[in-house]
Design a protein. Structure first.
Length: 231
């Protein structure tokens, strides 16, 4: 994997409530567009609005669409309807926990909002389902997955396909890189009790590599919920 240097901008607590406050955000976006070198992306760390209402998001979204570089978002407590309901945020921005690859790095976006402020307030509590998602993501990064047992890094002469974005409920197993791009090349998903493995590799020469062969064998046993037979 090729790890390259890059820069990004982090914005947070925008708190748009009307056209006037939206103009301040648009001014900040113009400043970002004038930076040189241009940042690779923007992370907006939550609290886009003040009260999580549709009217406030309607003021913010036309400005957000003017951002000319990729943006990754996180949900803030002020983005929840009545402080507890993430439905509107998720309808606009998608799953609150997700990860993405950029120039050889795995960027993890962890949702730290929760729904029980009477008990926990805002002081460091993360929902169990978000913690479980994070554990799964870290397990993937460490290579601690049955499909990867005995699999060492290997090279493929095949094409690197654009596979992103992946669904948030997938488990990324392998990432491939060329000088031009980095993409996930193998992942799994569990749904309704079933297990699915997918890889975008498959050049005829891949099947001659013992690591690729081992991954496929491990994947078959994993999908069948059986332990691989070692010979």
């Amino acid at each position: 994997m090729h790890n390259e240097e890059f820069s990004f901008v982090h914005l947070t607590d925008i708190h748009v409530i009307d056209a006037e406050s939206a103009e301040l955000v648009e001014r900040a976006f113009r400043e970002i567009h004038n930076l040189r070198p241009l940042p690779d992306f923007v992370v907006i760390g939550g609290d886009f609005v003040e009260n999580g209402t549709q009217e406030e998001f309607d003021s913010f979204l036309p400005v957000f669409e003017k951002l000319q570089i990729p943006a990754y978002t996180l949900c803030g407590n002020h983005d929840l309807v009545d402080g507890i309901d993430p439905t509107l945020y998720q309808r606009i921005f998608g799953d609150p926990c997700y990860a993405f690859d950029h120039k050889g790095y795995r960027c993890i976006m962890l949702d730290t909002t929760h729904r029980d402020y009477e008990t926990y307030s805002w002081h460091g509590y993360v929902r169990p389902e978000a913690v479980n998602w994070l554990r799964g993501e870290l397990s993937r990064l460490s290579g601690d997955h049955p499909i990867l047992r005995g699999v060492r890094p290997f090279r493929s002469v095949g094409s690197l396909y654009k596979n992103t974005p992946l669904r948030s409920d997938t488990t990324r197993l392998l990432t491939g890189s060329t000088p031009e791009a980095t993409e996930p090349i193998a992942w799994v998903r569990e749904h309704n009790g079933g297990r699915v493995f997918y890889t975008s590799l498959g050049h005829p020469q891949d099947f001659r590599d013992e690591n690729f062969q081992r991954m496929l064998v491990n994947a078959l046993f994993w999908a069948a919920r059986r332990e691989p037979v070692r010979r």
